[in-house]
Design a protein. Structure first.
Length: 327
């Protein structure tokens, strides 16, 4: 099969499409899928640079955390899926290839209205967002959610699901243009951080109450302002580290607010944990995706052969929503 291959760690010039061995014939609960499209994530950029190694059992040279495609073969213990089914899923790696093998518990049916490229924009972004804001963040109707990098794939997914849950959503982005597009998708309030500074404006928007849940895809550079922005008993969910990984803060703020600071990552979890996160998302939000009231936002689709250009585009921070590779 052909796959995206990292020849050596570094820039996009080190990527190519290469012939690699096919996955083994599926056994037990394994399912072999013909990949039609794969979502591109910032984790792929980090893996390309040698900064985010794949878990044990997955190639460090073939990136990819999510895909959409059609089942080719199933293992002898698979009971819910058949060859020909259109499916999408998360995986710990190797999704950017013509074939991928995954456990059946991770699969989701692709709604009829969605293309493979639309579906490939769902698994990683939506399951990450759902697990962060609802399972970990315990977001409820009437509460306020602050999303940093709201125009990202995870940010847009979280915003749409939170609005369906009747929460108030405030988003930050470095560009007013992206925030305007998010407004069209339902964003209630927007902030362009300065410095970065956003806590004072957020407190003004919330009449001094602060945010019940903060979904942070930025990291260290926003940490102190995040604490200042939390409501009493607020939950800060740390997902991304584009703004650094080391921060100092006054513990008194966390104590006084009875704050919860929760770090999360999806990739390194066990299959059982990933399957649970997948089920929770499907049960809570899939009907909204089927109806079209929630929809994946695909910014650009690149042919797999143009993977270098896709990486350069995602790295430019110009994207709004997801970048997808088509196989």
């Amino acid at each position: 099969m052909k796959a995206v291959h990292i020849n050596q760690f570094g820039g996009p010039e080190n990527l190519e499409i290469r012939d690699v061995p096919d996955p083994p014939k599926p056994k037990g609960s394994a399912v072999l899928v013909r990949v039609r499209a794969a979502g591109l994530n910032r984790a792929d950029l980090l893996q390309r640079k040698g900064l985010y190694p794949a878990p044990e059992g997955y190639s460090t040279k073939i990136p990819g955390l999510e895909f959409a495609g059609q089942i080719l073969e199933v293992g002898d213990q698979v009971g819910s899926w058949e060859p020909g089914d259109r499916v999408m899923a998360i995986t710990a790696g190797e999704a950017e290839a013509e074939l991928v093998s995954v456990d059946e518990s991770l699969l989701m049916s692709i709604p009829e209205r969605l293309s493979y490229t639309d579906a490939a924009a769902i698994p990683e972004a939506f399951i990450t967002a759902h697990d962060a804001i609802f399972t970990l963040g315990e977001l409820k109707a009437g509460q306020t959610l602050l999303i940093h990098a709201v125009a990202s794939g995870v940010g847009i997914a979280a915003m749409q699901m939170a609005k369906q849950a009747v929460a108030t959503v405030i988003g930050t982005s470095r560009t007013a243009e992206k925030l305007a597009r998010c407004r069209e998708l339902g964003l209630d309030h927007d902030i362009v951080p300065g410095g970065p500074r956003f806590a004072e404006e957020l407190r003004s928007i919330t009449d001094g109450q602060g945010a019940d849940v903060i979904l942070d895809l930025v990291g260290a550079s926003y940490f102190s302002e995040n604490l200042a922005s939390l409501a009493i008993k607020g939950r800060l969910i740390l997902v991304g580290l584009t703004g650094g990984s080391s921060a100092e803060f006054d513990l008194r703020t966390a104590l006084q607010k009875r704050a919860r600071i929760i770090g999360t990552v999806l990739r390194g979890r066990s299959i059982e944990e990933k399957a649970e996160a997948t089920r929770n998302f499907v049960e809570h939000s899939m009907t909204h995706i089927e109806s079209g009231s929630i929809t994946p936002v695909v910014d650009k689709v690149f042919a797999a052969a143009d993977v270098r250009a896709a990486h350069e585009y995602l790295e430019s921070d110009l994207s709004f929503g997801k970048v997808v590779l088509e196989f």
